[in-house]
Design a protein around this ligand. Structure first.
Ligand code: URA
Length: 441
């Protein structure tokens, strides 16, 4: 077997055999296939696709390219959640303690932000002392204490995906449903989950720009999950505007605190409630409640103090500092340095999340390259969102930086331009979209 024949087969729209896919993944992992041949095959897959069997084989081979986590020490079915990424997506820090109140134990491996989407690991690192580089040997002890652990992804988890992803990033081969689906699912499977809930984001701030693409990606991941013996549910969520009221690391963690103390934004509560209900059910911890009763119970736990208590337990167990008043202590303090005002009167029609994400990166909240450092205090707060009325001159949003950080003036103005482009104002109230666009299983 050789790579040239495999590339030609995919170029000529043939299905690759399981042996060909295994040969490819092994060669990627051990470094025996050069980058130019890997990239050629990736491009052929982007152009000619893969069928369900090929996608599943690719996923399982990538999952098997490194260590597979054994989560048999967890109580109940090991569940995992994954979001395909978005702007203002602060769901995981709320979701873990929320489902822990139902006795659902989780080991969550998360990434850092890159480009305009944020990363959960960076968000937790905005709390002073919080350790996100947890040794996997300590996972069982931490889970036993609090019901959850959050950590950066270990390098030995699906290493083939890491190599492929960094090549896809620079060869224009990220946007492919078989490649995205196998990349995500390989990490979930190697992470030891037996049931998976996927938050498939859809809209301007997501990989999938419209509902039919989001459904196609969700369908592909569900098929892979089921063929690999994992119960998989996908919730399609709106990312045509940022989620919640803030984007940026500390700003989002402050919003997480508001949400776990009963003061959350409606869209955040809607998404977290939907995802939590599936996770609790899949883990078998729903005590036979109907969907509606379970969702009411979930919402109640966000405001009755039980989710807050678990959240504080999680922070303390991973070394994070909490004040005497029971609030997390952050590494910086966001400073409101400028407001962007509406150029016209009308109703907000759209807030393009991709442009908001780019503006937030310009302010320092995200990275353009993996090695960039970030300003944890930087970000954007939204005074108005889709459907709200504004008068000319009203503040649309506030730009933040860390307390003693300076953003060069031209960057502030570039960020402002992006925000003005992101906000579309029209004369009539738009039709309001729900935060949940669909559920597939
Ligand atoms: N997230 C991943 O983990 N992989 C992709 O290919 C895209 C998003």
């Amino acid at each position: 077997m050789n790579m040239r024949d495999i590339i030609i087969a995919k170029r000529d729209k043939q299905s690759l055999t399981d042996e060909q896919i295994a040969f490819f993944v092994k060669g990627v992992t051990d470094g025996s296939i050069p980058d130019y041949q890997i990239s050629a095959l990736l491009m052929a897959i982007v152009l000619n696709g893969m069928d369900e069997r090929e996608m599943t084989t690719l996923t399982l081979e990538m999952a098997g390219s490194g260590k597979q986590m054994d989560l048999s020490y967890l109580e109940g079915v090991p569940v995992d959640k994954h979001s395909t990424g978005g702007v203002g997506d602060k769901i995981t820090p709320i979701l873990l303690p929320l489902i822990a109140t139902f006795g659902v134990e989780t080991v969550k491996l998360s990434g850092r932000g890159l480009g305009f989407t944020g990363g959960t690991v960076d968000k937790f690192e905005s709390i002073q002392g919080f350790n996100v580089e947890v040794d996997s040997k300590d996972f069982p002890m931490l889970v036993k204490n609090t019901g959850m652990v959050i950590s950066g992804q270990t390098p030995d988890l699906a290493p083939a995906d890491k190599i492929l992803y960094s090549l896809r990033d620079v060869t224009g081969t990220v946007d492919s449903i078989p490649l995205i689906a196998s990349s995500i699912m390989s990490k979930k499977i190697a992470g030891g989950a037996k049931a998976i809930v996927l938050d498939v984001t859809c809209g301007s701030g997501a990989f999938m720009k419209d509902l039919s693409m989001a459904e196609e990606l969700a369908g592909a991941m569900i098929k892979i999950g089921n063929l690999a013996g994992r119960k998989t549910v996908a919730v399609i969520t709106d990312m045509d505007q940022p989620l919640g009221r803030f984007c940026g690391n500390i700003l989002e963690m402050q919003e997480v605190f508001d949400t776990v103390t009963g003061k959350g934004e409606a869209d955040v509560i809607e998404v977290v409630t939907e995802l939590a209900s599936h996770l609790v059910k899949l883990a078998g911890k729903d005590s036979g409640m109907s969907d509606e009763v379970l969702k009411d119970e979930i919402r109640a736990r966000l405001s009755d103090g039980s989710c807050y208590e678990k959240y504080i337990e999680l922070i303390k167990s991973q070394g994070g500092l909490v004040s005497g008043a029971g609030k997390p202590i952050y590494v910086d303090a966001p400073f409101d340095c400028m407001h962007v005002n509406s150029p016209e009167t009308g109703y907000v029609q759209r807030v393009r999340a991709d442009l908001i994400g780019q503006a937030s990166v310009l302010l320092g909240a995200g990275r353009l390259a993996k090695t960039d450092s970030i300003d944890y205090g930087a970000g954007i707060g939204f005074f108005v969102k889709v459907g709200d009325r504004v008068e000319r001159g009203d503040s649309l949003c506030a730009l933040y930086t860390g307390e003693n950080r300076q953003v060069p003036e031209e960057r502030l103005f570039d960020a402002m331009e992006l925000i003005l482009e992101a906000y579309e104002i029209g004369p009539n109230p738009p039709e309001k979209k729900p935060a949940i666009l669909g559920v597939m299983s």
